[in-house]
Design a protein around this ligand. Structure first.
Ligand code: MN
Length: 492
């Protein structure tokens, strides 16, 4: 399902005719070289293509129009090598529909002490050319990422790479279809939301299919298809059960659900234990497998977390660490060492596993169906984030919290599901307080691969509210931020 390398980003350099053809030739040569070198960086996931040294309003408008309608162009990067009067940019930027990064850099790192003269000054004037360009971005209230620093430096390239992934996330969003088998779990509030508003803001097409449609598809799966999948399971996981029939039923579910998703061009789905109709088991192992392949999933009909899981998985393609659907389940409240234990009834993605997952079969106290097979494993230690998108009524709020996953402090031999243990920032008690204050859901996307920076840039591109709970967040400061945000969003 790779999307990342199909995308490119356009490098648009600003100048004007004031400086003569020689200067413009030098700029062209340098811009092409910079695009080439940046594209080779291991932290930059997509190709950067040098497009034009723009010198007139018409050139700028044309390249923006081309960018808007080119499906391979996932965003534009601007940089003013010389002074490029910004009224020339207004009409073009007013049309821009692609993510926009303003790179504030210069070709040379150091000032050449002996060579510097007025010719050098005229050629290398990003320091004020980019200020003129920055003003028009601010004046037009454009959503933009600003990256400042020497273009060959690792941290500059990292910020560019991170923004590219956010831009891929906007594309993933605009293309996303979510298949819902059944509705949300009855009476639950936070998993609800305005699907029309979400489609307008984020592009998600969220629609429902009857569980009966899935049952019909289940019946079409052949024994040979199930046999083949069982071989794959045995290679990848440790089979720790004698109940092979249960595993075979999950294989049948995996094939049938995947078939429906692929037929509909959907990359995310939901189901609910309250609406399993004639299915024998709640999908467990099957859902975990689909998550591992890159599909989004949300339990209890939670289509927002399902869609977010898919978007984050697409943004972070190729990065280590993994991303999963997750739920804060229960706490260990040892004073000063408080930890959250996250899990779900079944459906945690094995991309976050630290060890080889085991296939186990256990009864499920909920849903009244047969014992489902599931993958059981521990999540690995490391820095991560949890992500929750909530519908505040009239606007969407994206909440991101920094967390530190630890090796689970207990082995919990009777816990029959995959699990991760983590410390929420700034500490579990304050962090949970802040989370609840902001209205964060019990379901989250848990990601070692995504960063808060990526999610913040994505939220800005989508035009939604962003709340970040960090090691420095206090309840008082967050309260103030949420109060002011409520006022600001009412005015929009
Ligand atoms: Mn749940």
């Amino acid at each position: 399902m790779s999307n990342l390398t199909k995308n490119e980003f356009w490098f648009i350099v600003g100048s004007q005719f004031l400086y003569g053809p020689e200067v413009l030739e030098t700029i062209e040569k340098r811009a092409a070289e910079m695009a080439e070198v940046l594209s080779q960086s291991p932290v930059i996931p997509c190709k950067i293509v040098y497009k034009v040294t723009a010198k007139t309003p018409d050139e700028i408008t044309q390249v923006v129009k081309d960018a808007n309608y080119d499906d391979t162009c996932a965003g534009v990067i601007t940089w003013m090598h010389t002074f490029s009067p910004s009224k020339m940019w207004i009409n073009g930027l007013a049309l821009l529909q692609k993510p926009y990064l303003h790179l504030h850099t210069q070709y040379n790192r150091n000032i050449p002490n002996l060579e510097i003269n007025m010719d050098f000054m005229n050629l290398n004037q990003s320091a004020h050319g980019d200020r003129e360009h920055g003003f028009i971005g601010a004046r037009m209230r454009l959503a933009r990422k600003i990256v400042v620093g020497y273009w060959q430096d690792q941290n500059v390239q990292e910020h560019i790479g991170s923004w590219m992934r956010s831009a891929i996330g906007t594309k993933a969003s605009r293309d996303l279809k979510v298949v819902r088998f059944g509705d949300n779990m009855r009476n639950v509030a936070v998993t609800e939301g305005d699907k029309v508003e979400v489609q307008i803001k984020l592009g998600w097409q969220v629609n429902t299919w009857g569980t009966g449609d899935l049952v019909t598809e289940l019946e079409k799966v052949t024994v040979a298809e199930i046999d083949a999948l069982l071989d794959e399971y045995r290679q990848k996981y440790t089979v720790a059960t004698d109940n092979i029939d249960s595993i075979r039923y999950q294989a049948r579910e995996e094939i049938a659900i995947k078939r429906i998703l692929d037929r509909e061009g959907a990359r995310a789905f939901t189901n609910t234990f309250e609406d399993l109709f004639e299915m024998d088991q709640l999908p467990g192992l099957s859902t975990q497998r689909l998550l591992e392949m890159g599909y989004g999933y949300g339990g209890e009909g939670d289509w927002k977390v399902s869609a977010m899981t898919s978007v984050v998985k697409q943004m972070t393609e190729g990065l280590p660490g993994g991303t999963t659907f997750m739920e804060d389940y229960t706490y260990d409240l040892e004073p000063g060492k408080e930890l959250s234990l996250g899990a779900h009834m079944l459906e945690v993605c094995p991309s976050v596993a630290t060890d080889r997952p085991r296939i186990e079969v256990h009864p499920l106290g909920i849903g009244g169906k047969n014992d489902p097979a599931r993958l059981v494993f521990e999540g690995h230690p490391g820095n991560a984030i949890v992500i929750s998108l909530v519908d505040m009524g009239g606007r969407l709020r994206l909440i991101v919290q920094d967390v530190e996953a630890v090796k689970p402090i207990y082995d919990m031999p009777n816990l029959p599901v995959a699990r991760i243990m983590w410390k929420a920032m700034p500490d579990l008690l304050t962090g949970a307080h802040c989370w609840i204050l902001a209205g964060g859901a019990h379901h989250t996307v848990f990601s070692y691969a995504a960063t808060a920076e990526m999610m913040e840039d994505w939220a800005e591109m989508m035009g939604i509210e962003f709340v970040h709970i960090t090691k420095d967040t206090t309840v008082e400061s967050l309260k103030q931020q949420l109060f002011l945000a409520d006022l600001a969003w009412k005015l929009r």
